[in-house]
Write a protein that binds this ligand. Structure first.
Ligand SMILES: [Zn+2]
Length: 590
């Protein structure tokens, strides 16, 4: 009762009457009660901040405030973590839900507030919502762009006139003077996402009836296409919503969906809300139940060091193939959502020997597979895609007209050299995170190898940095395999390696530009080899074919393997867009 009394007093002092009414109605009836409104009647940024604070105070057992960051004009970007034991990192799947990345899409802000109320009020009153909160860590951020939202009238862009949903650093392309993650709002979402390990995401927008999945930057469907379709279908259910492959609706570069899947392994969706009527929550409530349930389907477990038992920040890959996902470094837990079937699951952490478990069966629930990895210095290589920029020639409508055949996938540049590579594309670039656990240090001899998949004439320039926002220092230039010695640069250690294509080829051809197979950390092999470690079991190349000299490599139909490069991707139809339509879409949607 003490808590209740305090909460009433706070209400009376701080909150406007409409907030009090909504909150009391929610508490009394066990469900969200406010209907969608236009920007003119939406709560202000200050009111949303107060509301989030009130939620955390009223539900201390399951909700805690998260200071995500600040806008250009120093307005707070605040989130709410909702989970049983919300102050602790638990070995649970994580879901990120955001709204208001476009400041004039006020309904998307209110939708996330509705979801917060729904989750909180459902705890211990609704069996399924209780199981969600007990089993998932939610991070809900109702308003990513408080400056645009607070402008009069509200604006799509932030205070620097940047569209934040074009400012994320994957599949980004040159559309303005701004660089990827130039804005504090997009950096805030990036940083809070990197600090966790999100398995699912929802990004709410207005105004349409689309459930939009990746990719948005390329006509080639992602490796997890069937899974992404299934998740989208479950959100849509029997509503009027249409599930669309992003590129087929309209093409954009640098959005949250593509960055989330391409760098974090997060299955993230753009949900375009219809305007106005009260029926909208009746559509999204069952949709959210179906969507969140996917967190409990697939393979899950922990990755630890076999000797010390300590949790590892590790990459999880599956065969049949999908994008890599990553453990949460705090507990070493991973959650790989999968359709029913039988899989090979591989865990790898920089400095450890990869370990594969075969014949893992998934059948509408979670199958547990734990990994204990042994150290192996030879496997110290690129761990995570940090950023990826498309060739500068690419504009969305232009690509739709002239075609784009580069079907290579950025994550194929990760790990040791294996005959799979990412074709950067003429003028494009990729930045590889070598991982927080093992720095690239200055050791005798070269410290980094940038391994070419084809040793073609395509040339590249290599830059290194110890922070993802730079400054980057130029480290090497040339074609084929490139080596970096940090002592030449007067650098003690680096973590990020950026490879910028400098070749003179058409941007849109297959295998265009430098073919990045791997970035390997040579220094750690010198500085910290485990006892008895040799490179004898390092995957060998056949020097003629450039193929790995092993039959353990997975066969795959959507990877770039030397001499057998294939551009046929089943189920993918390129849909040329009318330029006028594309322009219209770019201006007004998503
Ligand atoms: Zn939008």
């Amino acid at each position: 009762m003490g808590a209740m009394k305090r909460f009433r007093i706070t209400f009376g002092r701080l909150l406007p009457p409409w907030v009090v009414l909504i909150f009391i109605a929610m508490v009394l009836t066990g469900g969200p009660r406010y209907s969608h409104a236009s920007c003119s009647t939406a709560p202000s940024h200050e009111e949303i901040e107060m509301l989030l604070r009130q939620y955390a105070q009223s539900y201390p057992e399951i909700a805690v405030l998260v200071e995500v960051g600040e806008s250009v004009s120093s307005r707070a970007i605040t989130g709410l973590r909702v989970s049983a034991q919300p102050d602790e990192e638990e070995a649970e799947p994580e879901i990120r839900i955001i709204g208001g990345i476009h400041g004039n899409e006020c309904q998307s802000v209110e939708e996330v507030l509705l979801i917060i109320e729904w989750l909180l009020a459902g705890y211990q009153t609704d069996a399924q919502l209780t199981s969600f909160i007990d089993g998932v860590e939610f991070l809900l951020i109702p308003l990513v762009n408080p400056d645009g939202f607070s402008s009069s009238p509200p604006t799509r862009t932030n205070a620097n006139y940047v569209d934040l949903n074009r400012n994320f650093g994957f599949g980004w392309s040159q559309q303005s003077v701004f660089e990827p993650f130039s804005e504090p709002e997009s950096r805030a979402i990036r940083d809070v996402s990197q600090a966790g390990a999100f398995n699912l995401g929802l990004s709410y927008h207005t105004e349409s009836i689309y459930v939009n999945g990746p990719w948005n930057y390329t006509p080639f469907h992602p490796r997890d296409d069937a899974l992404i379709d299934a998740i989208g279908d479950s959100y849509k259910a029997d509503s009027e919503y249409e599930v669309v492959f992003g590129w087929d609706w309209y093409q954009i570069s640098g959005d949250v969906n593509d960055w989330s899947l391409g760098t974090q392994g997060t299955f993230d969706w753009t949900i375009e809300l219809t305007d106005g009527d009260d029926a909208v929550w009746e559509v999204h409530e069952p949709a959210l139940r179906a969507f969140i349930s996917w967190a409990f389907v697939g393979v899950s477990g922990a990755v630890i060091d076999a000797q010390t038992g300590l949790p590892l920040h590790a990459m999880i890959t599956v065969e049949p193939e999908g994008e890599p996902v990553f453990t949460d470094a705090t507990k070493g837990d991973y959650h790989r959502i999968l359709l029913n079937g039988t899989y090979e699951v591989t865990a790898w952490a920089p400095g450890y020997r990869p370990l594969t478990v075969e014949n893992v069966t998934v059948a509408e629930s979670v199958t547990t597979v734990d990994f204990a990895l042994t150290r192996k210095a030879a496997y110290t290589a690129g761990f995570q895609v940090n950023e990826m920029t498309l060739p500068r020639d690419i504009s969305n409508s232009y690509v739709a007209l002239v075609g784009y055949d580069n079907d290579s996938i950025a994550s194929d540049a990760l790990g040791v050299h294996d005959g799979y590579w990412y074709s950067i594309g003429a003028g494009g670039d990729i930045t590889i995170d070598m991982g927080a656990a093992i720095a690239v240090e200055d050791a005798p001899g070269p410290d980094l190898l940038v391994a070419s998949g084809t040793r073609s004439n395509d040339s590249a320039r290599v830059w290194v940095a110890d922070h993802q926002d730079g400054p980057f220092v130029e480290a090497a230039v040339g074609s084929g395999d490139l080596y970096v010695d940090l002592s030449d640069l007067n650098l003690a250690a680096v973590r990020y390696v950026k490879v910028v294509d400098e070749s003179d080829v058409a941007f849109n051809e297959a295998g265009s530009g430098y073919d990045l197979d791997a970035v390997e950390n040579l220094s750690w092999r010198v500085l910290a080899p485990p006892d008895g470690d040799t490179e004898s079991d390092f995957p060998d190349y056949d020097s003629d074919t450039m193929l790995p000299d092993t039959d353990t490599q997975p066969d795959s139909d959507n990877r770039n393997v030397a001499a057998t490069q294939s551009h046929a991707v089943s189920g993918c139809t390129m849909t040329p867009q009318h330029p006028a339509f594309t322009l219209f879409s770019l201006l007004f949607a998503n």
